[in-house]
Design a protein around this ligand. Structure first.
Ligand code: SF4
Ligand code: FE
Length: 483
């Protein structure tokens, strides 16, 4: 089947009967819901760009499995070039949406599953790799958006999954049947889940022998019985209901997260990718997290490009663009942003083939990438706010600006340089507000902290991969220490 156009993607999501709740009510028409629609538009961009001749080379690739042209978001990486192009594609999508475009989670889950299922099968003679390949080819051929669900609620962090007071705090198998399994649990803050056709579920931590029922991975479509979503709030989300797009800052695009409940969901045998092989839970987690930490060296950089551009425009509209400290702050923002990109490219360039043949990123460098992402966007936002000035959080509403009595005062007193309209000045400030404090801040700032694993998760990996023993040997050799 051919690639879907953006419009075909939207209509394909409309056809799926999902169970979604928001503000205590069932959302009957999520596709046209004003709070949810911007996040759908962000995913749509991954389809629109693939149709655009200017970007088709980056956005599409030939599937090694079918020989057909597919969207890169469904690709199994075949080389370090593929890994680098993935990061470039994510930067592009970030630039075009200034938000989280959500489709990477499935791509990263695809590549982690591809290599892990191969290794599990080799040890246990299971059929997970074939199951996964069949599912992956189905997604490639139908150009589907797949979500990856990893984060369990985790309850008491000091206890293993099986030792939790409430056994459902990690998703687990509750029934084994000849035709499949029944699972129960939840996955928290699921990016893009309500904009996906399918979801791949994976364990969230390494597991011990007693966690057998928790070491489970599978894929199900979003209209599966027992699966439902409760949409997470974002600051300023209800501004989208006010009919004042200027106040939203980025009215066309956004991201979305949901608490996703699996209330006794049936999974048929051919959709199971891991079922009780506890020692492979950690491998799946580590590989998925590694790929997603690489991803942040692309997507956050693209969003950062927009924010840096917005700060530069705000400086011009304020008449401050020639001030040396403003110029220097913009340089610093670019320096930080490109450093993140360097990390994304570096961990890709140092990639290597797995036993299954697809390419894995350099794990140490990918973790360093994400560790920097937990910091630099905060500094970039701080500098953007510094340049923008306080008006980005104190400006009156669009309704005041359009009001017959008040509008002329807002226009007069909030004007910057002579040849720029007050409206344009307010628009750029609202965009900065949106990216640093509003709905897009979820995807740029807080997601930079906690998405793809909180900072401590990367530090554990850096400790493991950093080879401190070798560094000590080096020092002793140079100092001529003999022990
Ligand atoms: Fe993709 Fe970035 Fe969103 Fe993750 S946070 S899904 S990498 S855009
Ligand atoms: Fe994310």
């Amino acid at each position: 089947m051919a690639l879907m156009t953006g419009e075909e993607y939207i209509e394909s999501i409309r056809k799926i009967n999902m169970e979604i709740y928001m503000f205590g009510e069932k959302v009957e028409n999520p596709v046209d819901n004003p709070i949810l629609r911007p996040s759908l538009n962000s995913v749509r961009m991954t389809y629109d760009l693939a149709q655009d001749p200017e970007h088709a080379d980056l956005m599409t690739v030939t599937s090694p499995f079918t020989g057909n042209k597919i969207n890169r978001f469904t690709h199994i990486h075949q080389s370090t070039d593929d890994l680098r192009n993935k990061v470039k594609m994510q930067r592009l999508c970030g630039q075009k949406t200034a938000a989280c475009f959500q489709r990477c989670v499935g791509m990263d889950a695809f590549n982690a599953e591809y290599s892990t299922t191969y290794e599990v099968d080799k040890k246990y003679g299971t059929n997970y790799h074939e199951n996964f390949k069949k599912f992956m080819i189905y997604c490639q051929e139908n150009d589907l958006t797949v979500d990856g669900a990893m984060t369990d609620p985790k309850g008491d962090r000091s206890k293993a999954p099986h030792a939790q007071e409430d056994p459902d705090l990690y998703l687990h198998v509750v029934e084994r049947r000849p035709d499949g399994i029944v699972v129960r649990g939840a996955k928290a803050h699921q990016t893009g889940i309500c904009n996906s056709h399918e979801v791949i579920v994976m364990p969230t931590i390494s597991m011990g022998p007693d966690d057998k029922d928790y070491a489970v991975s599978f894929a199900v479509p979003l209209d599966t019985k027992g699966l439902f979503m409760i949409i997470g709030r974002q600051s300023c989300d209800t501004r989208k209901l006010e009919g004042s797009p200027m106040d939203v800052g980025n009215s066309e695009f956004g991201g979305v997260e949901a608490l996703t409940i699996f209330d006794d969901v049936f999974v048929p045998n051919d959709r199971i990718f891991l079922n009780g092989e506890t020692e492979y839970a950690g491998m799946l987690v580590e590989r998925f997290a590694g790929y997603h930490r690489q991803s942040y060296g692309g997507c956050k950089v693209g969003v950062g490009d927009v924010l840096i551009g917005a700060a530069a425009v705000a400086a011009e509209y304020n008449g401050a663009q020639k001030a040396s400290h403003v110029k220097d702050k913009l340089i610093e923002m670019m320096h930080l942003n490109e450093t993140l990109y360097c990390c994304g490219i570096a961990c890709s360039a140092e990639g290597y083939p797995t036993e299954a043949g697809n390419y894995m990123i350099d794990l140490l460098l990918a973790n360093v990438c994400k560790q920097n992402v937990t910091r630099f966007p905060y500094e970039i936002v701080r500098l953007a706010e510094d340049i923008a000035g306080g008006l980005m959080v104190t400006a009156p509403s669009e309704k005041d600006f359009r009001d017959p009595k008040l509008g002329k005062y807002v226009d007069k007193y909030l004007k910057g340089v002579g040849d720029v309209s007050t409206e344009n000045r307010l628009r750029i400030l609202r965009l900065i507000e949106n990216m640093s404090l509003g709905t897009a801040a979820v995807g740029y700032r807080t997601e930079s902290m906690h998405g793809a694993g909180s900072p401590q998760a990367q530090r554990i990996m850096i400790q493991r991969q950093g080879n401190l023993g070798y560094k000590k040997q080096l020092a002793k050799a140079i100092a001529h220490i003999e022990e």
